[in-house]
Design a protein around this ligand. Structure first.
Ligand code: EPZ
Length: 433
């Protein structure tokens, strides 16, 4: 259990660089299985989920080395196409290895993935797409067996632009005989990053960023070098932090266009925003106004991953902001915890009505998931007094050195990592009032 201790009330000032993208790194690491030679990746964020992906690659017989933000993968000698349950449950993205193993070995054996509990999160669209390519898949009590099969190009129609199902189909289709069309595909920047990586490895993939992908053939290349793009959600999180606390920050090495919808609402709330191709400068007085109606949607709509952090920034905004969560059924788990800091949030089905309060006060809260945990840290930065966030490792799954970055911008916070003993006694959260 990591314990974040945050003393709120400080403005954020200064400059920091965006981390590499978690959600681009993970499918690209799976794609390394397709590459007959070595792959060198740079700007890979140091995250628990990246460690989990490396553990899977090593289990399959790959050589996987990490040196700082560089990772070297050699999948030429893989020895297995089976991923044990204990590795599958570490994260949701483990399921993307199914498409990669089918492409590399024509078969795979794994189980249902883990990851943030944001709702049902079935994988029916993944399985339907892979079956469309000719994969023979048996599901049995959480176990998934893909029997040896020859993949054939097909026309796949996704009824919902699932990011993961699109990525799985892209990977498997690289080894299919003939052309594959994926219609209704996800358009997220991470799909574009995966297309870029697959093309560098020798695949003929086109159309990323649109709702139709075309994949035909793969001529493996020996040695491939790739740079992971910046993390749009981590950058958006820093922007929301400064919006809520007040201050002026510049986030370098990011692509503001990829989180322009978040910047739009921060501007609506009263922040001054200047963007350049690789950076954004945000100034805020901290006294925001409500941002109106915010509905999450597939890209290029407002990202569901930024919903909790924008919510935290708007807790003290004058008026009422209304969130509608359209992607996940259970993505308001942060709300009861934010209420412990004095937030006024009314939940009704997929809607959350955030009525701005004049002040927030410190409290002890439990991180519920990756982005929910980040929202509590941001709320703690805006609260008077001290906030303790008990975090069973959610935040470190997706944010690289978030505490160091916030401290470099002037925040007053420390983390007691699991196993470190500062003689600290953590009181269970008490009901307020
Ligand atoms: C990716 O998850 C991201 N994770 C998520 O980010 C992100 O929230 C999500 O896309 C949406 O943008 C990674 O890239 C590793 P989906 P994924 O398949 O692929 C339903 C974070 O915080 N669905 O697009 O799992 C599903 O239940 C994480 O970094 C089916 O019904 O998302 C959900 O309601 C959290 N059947 C919706 O579609 C399926 O087979 C979107 O899921 C697949 C999905």
């Amino acid at each position: 259990m990591d314990i974040w201790r945050i003393r709120g009330g400080r403005r954020l000032e200064g400059e920091c660089a965006a981390q590499g993208s978690k959600n681009a790194s993970l499918p690209i690491l799976a794609a390394c299985l397709l590459c007959p030679g070595t792959v060198e990746l740079s700007r890979v964020p140091c995250l628990r989920d990246v460690d989990a992906a490396l553990a899977i690659l090593r289990h399959l017989g790959c050589r996987a080395e990490q040196a700082g933000d560089r990772i070297y993968i050699d999948a030429s000698g893989i020895t297995s196409c089976e991923i044990p349950h204990e590795l599958m449950v570490q994260m949701r993205s483990s399921v993307i290895f199914m498409g990669a193993l089918l492409a590399r070995c024509g078969q795979a054996r794994l189980s249902l993935p883990g990851g943030c509990q944001l709702g049902k999160r079935p994988i029916d669209l993944h399985l339907a797409a892979l079956r469309k390519l000719g994969a023979v898949i048996e599901e049995d009590g959480g176990e998934i067996r893909c029997a040896p099969s020859v993949l054939r190009g097909a026309e796949i129609l996704l009824p919902f632009p699932s990011v993961g199902a699109t990525e799985n189909a892209m990977l498997a289709a690289c080894a299919a005989r003939g052309e594959t069309l994926i219609r209704g595909a996800a358009r997220e920047p991470e799909i574009q990053a995966l297309q870029g990586a697959l093309r560098a490895m020798g695949a003929d993939v086109r159309g990323a960023g649109t709702d139709t992908l075309r994949i035909s053939g793969f001529r493996g290349r020996g040695c491939v070098r790739l740079r992971i793009p910046p993390d749009r959600i981590a950058a958006a999180t820093l922007a929301c932090a400064c919006a809520g606390t007040g201050g002026k920050i510049c986030i370098r090495d990011c692509d503001p266009g990829q989180f322009s919808t978040v910047l739009y609402f921060l501007n609506q709330a009263g922040c001054d925003i200047i963007t350049k191709h690789d950076r954004v400068t945000l100034s805020s007085e901290g006294a925001l106004r409500a941002a109106g109606q915010i509905a999450t949607a597939p890209y290029p709509g407002f990202p569901t991953d930024a919903q909790p952090v924008l919510m935290a920034a708007l807790l003290r905004a004058e008026g009422e902001s209304v969130f509608t969560e359209n992607i996940f059924e259970n993505r308001y788990r942060q709300v009861p915890e934010l209420r412990r800091l004095g937030a006024d949030i009314l939940l009704k089905g997929r809607e959350a009505r955030v009525r701005g309060v004049r002040r927030l006060h410190g409290a002890a809260v439990n991180a519920t998931d990756l982005r929910g945990g980040a929202s509590m840290i941001l709320a703690g930065l805006c609260a008077e007094g001290e906030t303790l966030v008990r975090d069973s490792g959610h935040v470190a799954r997706g944010y690289e050195d978030l505490d160091g970055c916030l401290r470099s911008l002037g925040a007053e916070l420390t983390i007691q990592r699991e196993g470190e003993n500062h003689g600290l006694y953590i009181q269970k959260p008490q009901a307020l009032g």
